[in-house]
Design a protein around this ligand. Structure first.
Ligand code: PMP
Ligand code: GLN
Length: 442
C-alpha cells in the first residue's frame, strides 16, 4: 500500500466546523453537572482539552466545557423521570451465556492485565467472526487488536493516523460525537459531507469533492448513528474508489453491524481493493446489549493495526480482562442469536416508527442501528434543541436533537430533526408512543 507521506499542502479554507459556541445555557444543567463547572477559570487552563471540547461543539461562551448531549439528556431523563429514548443503551442485558462467562472468568482468576493486543482466545474469536460473517481472512496475532470499546478504537486510530492541520478527515454529517472531538484533538481538519433528510444518503458528487490529496482518512459509520441509514453499495464503492485515487485510509465504525434490518451487512473491507487500506472498528456493546462492558476491536492490515496499537497502549494499555473471554463466547454464539438481534431490533424500530407517526411526526425509515430520526416540524418545532429540552415536561420522553451531531455552521440543516432510540423494552416503546401522542402543545 502506498499511503503517501509528504503530501502536505497549506491548510486551506476547507469546510471545517465553525468554532461554535456551546448550545446550552449554564442553567439548563442539572445540579450535579453544574457543580463541576468553574466559570471564568477554565479558559486559563491551557491544554488540548480546549480544542477537543471546541471541536465537539462543547465549549461554552464562558470557556467552560459542557457535557456531551448523551450525558446531558440521560441526566435530564433521570431528574424528570421521563422515558429515556435519548442515549442509545438497551434496558435489558445481553445473553446469559456471555454474562455467565464473565462471572466465571472473575471466579477463575482472570483478573490481571490482559496482553496488550488482547487475550489470544478473543483475538481468535474476532478473526473467526470476520471469516464466518464476511469471508474476511485475518491473522489474529497481527491483524486484530482489542480495545476499550469502539470509542478508544476510534480515538487511537485517529490519533495514530492523522497528524496536524494539513491532514483532513472526511466524515458524513451528522456524525457520532467522538469523531469531531478526536479529529480536533489530533489537530487535523474535519471535512463533513452532508446527509440529508429523509434518506440520509450522501450526494456522490459532494462526496467526491470533499476527498482530496489532503484526505488522510475517510471515516465511514455504517449502519449510521444518528440517522439509522445503511449506505448503498454505490456509496461504499465510491468511498473505496476515492480512497485509492487520493491514497487515503478508510476507517469504518461498524458497531451496528448486527443491526441491519434488511441484511446482510456489507463491511467496506470486503469490497474489492478495500481491505489493504481499511481499518475496521466494532464493539460488543450493541451486538450483545452490553454497552457498559466497553470491549471493542480493531481489524485490518498488520501495519495499520500496529500503528493503532502504538497509540492505544498509552491510552489504556488494556481494558477489563474478565470481559474478554466472555465476549469470545458471545462472538461464537450460533447464527440464530445474531439473526435474532437484527430481527428484534427491526420489530422495535417498526413499533417506535408507528408510534411516532401516530403522534404526528414525520418519520424517516431506518435501515439499521438503534435509531429513528423524526421531523418535529409538523408538531410546531422550529428548534430541535429547544424541543428536546421541553419534551420531558410536555410528554415525559427524552430524545436527542440532531443538531448535536452537526458542526455549528451546518446545524440549520437539521433544525427540526430529533433522534429516538428503539433499544428499549416493547412496553417502554408503547408507553413512549402513548405519551408522545398525548403531548401538550409547546
Ligand atoms: N460509534 C458509534 C457510531 C456509536 O454509536 C457508539 C456508541 N455506542 C460508539 C462508537 C462507541 O462504542 P463503545 O461504547 O463500544 O465505545
Ligand atoms: N452511542 C450512544 C448513542 O449514540 C452514546 C454513547 C455515549 O454516551 N458516548 O446514543
Amino acid at each position: 500500500m502506498g499511503l503517501a507521506a509528504g503530501r502536505r499542502e497549506a491548510p486551506g479554507a476547507r469546510d471545517a466546523p465553525s468554532r461554535g459556541v456551546a448550545r446550552r445555557p449554564v442553567t439548563a444543567f442539572p445540579l450535579a453537572l453544574r457543580e463541576v463547572r468553574h466559570p471564568g477559570c477554565m479558559q486559563q487552563i491551557p491544554g488540548a482539552w480546549q480544542r477537543t471540547a471546541r471541536g465537539a461543539g462543547l465549549l461554552a461562551a464562558d470557556g467552560a466545557p459542557v457535557p456531551t448531549i448523551f450525558a446531558e439528556m440521560s441526566a435530564l431523563a433521570a431528574s424528570t423521570g421521563a422515558l429515556n429514548l435519548g442515549q442509545g443503551f438497551p434496558d435489558e442485558d445481553g445473553p446469559e451465556a456471555v454474562l455467565d462467562a464473565a462471572r466465571r472468568a472473575i471466579a477463575d482468576g482472570v483478573n490481571q492485565y490482559a496482553p496488550g493486543r488482547g487475550f489470544p482466545d478473543l483475538l481468535d474469536a474476532v478473526a473467526e467472526h470476520q471469516r464466518r460473517f464476511y469471508g474476511l481472512e485475518l491473522d489474529p496475532a497481527r491483524e486484530v487488536l482489542v480495545t476499550v470499546g469502539a470509542t478508544e478504537a476510534l480515538a487511537a486510530t485517529l490519533l495514530a493516523l492523522v497528524d496536524g492541520p494539513d491532514d483532513e478527515v472526511v466524515v458524513f454529517e451528522p456524525y457520532y460525537d467522538s469523531y469531531a472531538a478526536c479529529v480536533a484533538l489530533s489537530g487535523a481538519t474535519l471535512v463533513p459531507v452532508p446527509l440529508r433528510w429523509p434518506d440520509f444518503q450522501p450526494d456522490l458528487e459532494q462526496l467526491a469533492s470533499a476527498v482530496s490529496d489532503r484526505t488522510r482518512v475517510i471515516l465511514v459509520n455504517d449502519p449510521h448513528n444518528p440517522t439509522g441509514t445503511v449506505f448503498t453499495r454505490e456509496v461504499l464503492d465510491e468511498v473505496v474508489r476515492l480512497a485509492h485515487r487520493h491514497d487515503a485510509i478508510i476507517v469504518t465504525d461498524e458497531v451496528y453491524e448486527h443491526l441491519v434490518f434488511d441484511g446482510p451487512h456489507v463491511p467496506v473491507a470486503t469490497l474489492p481493493g478495500a481491505a489493504e487500506r481499511t481499518v475496521s472498528i466494532s464493539s460488543a456493546g450493541k451486538t450483545f446489549s452490553l454497552t457498559g462492558w466497553k470491549t471493542g476491536w480493531v481489524t485490518g492490515p498488520a501495519d495499520l493495526v500496529s500503528a493503532v496499537l502504538a497509540v492505544k497502549q498509552f491510552l489504556t494499555y488494556v481494558g477489563g480482562s474478565p470481559f474478554q473471554p466472555a465476549i469470545a463466547v458471545g462472538l461464537r454464539l450460533p447464527d440464530a442469536f445474531f439473526a435474532s438481534v437484527a430481527s428484534e431490533m427491526a420489530a422495535k424500530a417498526a413499533l417506535l416508527g408507528t408510534g411516532l407517526r401516530a403522534a404526528g411526526f414525520d418519520v424517516s425509515t431506518p435501515g439499521g442501528s438503534y435509531f429513528t430520526v423524526v421531523d418535529a416540524a409538523p408538531l410546531g418545532a422550529t428548534d430541535a434543541d429547544a424541543f428536546c429540552r421541553e419534551l420531558p415536561a410536555r410528554a415525559g420522553v427524552v430524545g436527542i436533537p440532531l443538531t448535536a451531531f452537526a458542526s455549528p455552521a451546518h446545524r440549520d440543516r437539521y433544525a427540526t430533526l430529533v433522534r429516538f432510540a428503539a433499544c428499549k423494552k416493547v412496553e417502554v416503546l408503547a408507553d413512549a408512543a402513548e405519551r408522545l401522542a398525548g403531548m401538550t402543545r409547546g
